[in-house]
Design a binder for this molecule. Structure first.
Ligand SMILES: [Zn+2]
Length: 629
């Protein structure tokens, strides 16, 4: 564990000064038994039973608060219910700490060596730290942090557990945890540390398919565990199977080493549970639309999810910013370097989707154009540096979309992608195409293959490795990108790549597919807003024509030029306003009051695309070339 600041050191001192009896080596070495009865998963209740080896006296147990991959205090405390503590057949009274809600105190009577704790996790609102339920009638996602308590002050590496589950009758499961025994629907796993347990979610369901992605006998083993709401959702095409195999091969060439014993792609296909992607060392827990494998538009929209989460095994799990490499789940995380952790993963995930064939080159460019345009219209970049969006992850993660352009969102993901594209194109430019970000990845994320471990880093380590690949003033460039405000997005990578961001009336393929799926219409780059199916303006861009007219996020569009609003009516009005001097009249409802807003806009529809710059080398085309053949 690295301490990077005064506040952090203070927290560590406070946590460890209260270390309880259970953290003493003699007991920490003894395993806690954790059994989870998942038979009520269709009702979104998981029943857990824990047995702690204890000594008599005051002790404190904690519920994991700061969840890896969530980067924030997202432990689902609201769902923790039905807590009962017993010893030697007697119920013990417990107390929640008056200040730290994730902490529970109990007095263990004399002569007792085992504490029994029962608890339920209600999972209607938390699927791996995202929104939406974790389970449905036919499937479940078990993140162990929702069903475990551990001794306060203990390091998660030092806490040993023997986990087991009872599954709903006949359900199949996938997890990176090593299985010890199986009997019917009961599965017991080998003893693991708390770190490994929380790093190894389990998915299960009535409809399961296993797809092996490495040839028999090739180590390490890669497998895809697919769970879906219905059997037909599992029909992966031969083309997709080949693409996922290529994804594995591409990461081998990109990073040059693997930091896991085996790897499980846990993929849930369902519209009934919360969508998410959560990275782990030896697996990723991803949940996407039910028909992702069989519907071409959904396939395109979700194609980069699995490559992103897989790339995290190297960038995020193996190499981790020191502020996120904490000793246990109560120690606060510092997100300053999330533009590396998530931003570089976003860049690599999208590249890997294209290099493995899950996206075409054109689809990659359309996605990139959408990202670049959105960030170039983030008015909040004039007051909030990118690094502040990373530091603020705990407040920004669950905010809605109203006024998002002015507030900024989790911009370290997409803007990190633009920054790393710029770094990649600069590395190629500086070395006349001899070196690239691929070389950085080999040096930074490679090393020796073997079991999972964490190698923390700081800003200077990133700069140092970049300088090893090609000397440049990387420190200055990166500080400028992340720590200063600006009026425009960093588009240098696109421009040095031989392309430019343009706006035309032709729809962007991603926006078009998203509009259909999420039922909204996007006029961000023309009028300056996105409008939901019900007319609600979800984000009005500060400084845009709509903003100038007085419209605001949250207002409801009612009519366009005197006619009931709909996306086609609004599009027709945009077309009619071209070559006219008449403003577009928008009638909007604002908390029961109606008003007409005159929008002076005459430039027609605008959708982002990348356009090739003639006479410049196609560096972006080189970047997109697969490393394997
Ligand atoms: Zn990520």
């Amino acid at each position: 564990m690295h301490s990077t600041g005064g506040r952090r050191c203070c927290w560590s001192l406070i946590l460890f000064s209260f270390s309880c009896l259970l953290a003493a080596p003699s007991l920490a070495a003894q395993a806690i038994r954790l059994h989870v009865d998942l038979t009520d998963a269709p009702r979104n209740i998981y029943h857990a039973h824990l047995q702690f080896p204890v000594h008599s006296g005051e002790m404190s147990l904690v519920f994991p608060k700061w969840i890896p991959g969530n980067h924030r205090p997202s432990g689902p405390l609201g769902g923790l219910t039905g807590i009962r503590m017993e010893a030697a057949g007697h119920t013990l009274s417990w107390q929640r700490d008056a200040v730290e809600m994730y902490e529970f105190h109990v007095n263990v009577p004399a002569g007792v060596d085992t504490l029994d704790v029962s608890l339920d996790a209600i999972t209607t609102l938390d699927s791996a730290g995202g929104g939406g339920p974790a389970a449905s009638s036919n499937l479940l996602d078990l993140n162990w942090n929702a069903v475990v308590l551990y001794p306060k002050g203990a390091k998660s590496d030092d806490v040993s557990l023997v986990p087991s589950v009872k599954l709903p009758a006949g359900w199949k499961f996938g997890t990176a945890l090593p299985v010890a025994t199986m009997a019917g629907d009961n599965v017991e796993f080998s003893p693991v540390s708390l770190t490994t347990l929380i790093d190894s979610p389990l998915i299960a369901g009535a409809h399961y398919r296993k797809v092996e992605l490495t040839k028999p006998g090739v180590a390490p083993f890669h497998v895809m565990d697919l769970i879906a709401d219905a059997e037909p959702d599992l029909s992966m095409t031969a083309q997709d199977e080949a693409a996922y195999q290529k994804l594995v091969a591409e990461t081998g060439d990109l990073f040059g080493a693997r930091h896991y014993r085996q790897y499980h792609f846990l993929l849930t296909l369902s519209d009934q549970v919360g969508e998410h992607g959560l990275e782990h060392h030896e697996s990723n827990d991803s949940a996407a639309a039910e028909r992702m494998l069989v519907d071409p538009e959904l396939h395109m929209l979700y194609a980069s999810l699995v490559p992103h989460e897989f790339a995290h095994s190297w960038n995020g799990k193996y190499r981790r910013p020191s502020g996120l490499a904490t000793a246990n789940y109560q120690e606060p995380m510092i997100g300053d370097l999330l533009w590396v952790y998530e931003g570089l993963t976003e860049y690599l995930g999208d590249l890997l989707a294209e290099r493995s064939g899950l996206w075409t080159e054109e689809q990659y460019r359309e996605a990139l154009a959408g990202t670049a345009a959105a960030l170039d219209h983030r008015s909040g970049r004039t007051w909030r540096p990118l690094e502040d969006t990373a530091r603020s992850v705990q407040t920004l993660r669950m905010m809605g979309s109203q006024w998002q352009n002015w507030r900024r969102g989790l911009d370290y993901y997409p803007e990190g992608e633009l920054i790393w594209l710029e770094v990649d194109s600069l590395l190629r430019q500086q070395t006349h195409g001899q070196r690239s970000l691929n070389d950085f990845c080999r040096r930074f994320h490679g090393g020796e293959s073997g079991p999972s471990k964490v190698v923390p880093y700081n800003f200077d380590d990133v700069v140092h490795t970049l300088n090893e690949v090609a000397p440049y003033d990387w420190a200055h460039l990166l500080r400028e990108r992340v720590a200063t405000t600006s009026s425009h997005a960093p588009l240098g990578g696109i421009e040095q790549g031989g392309w430019k961001l343009v706006y035309t009336d032709k729809p962007n393929v991603f926006t078009q597919a998203l509009e259909k799926l999420a039922k909204f219409a996007d006029f961000s780059y023309s009028l300056g807003f996105r409008v939901n199916e019900d007319g609600k303006l979800d984000d009005v861009i500060v400084g845009s024509p709509a903003y100038q007219s007085g419209l605001g996020s949250g207002m409801k569009l009612v009519a366009v030029n005197g006619r009931k609003w709909s996306p086609p009516v609004l599009r027709a009005a945009l077309k009619a306003a071209q070559g006219s001097t008449q403003p577009i009249e928008l009638l909007a409802e604002n908390a029961q009051f109606f008003k007409t807003y005159s929008v002076a806009y005459h430039d027609g529809e605008k959708n982002p695309h990348l356009e090739r710059v003639p006479d410049q080398p196609d560096v972006l085309g080189d970047i997109l070339k697969p490393l394997t053949h």
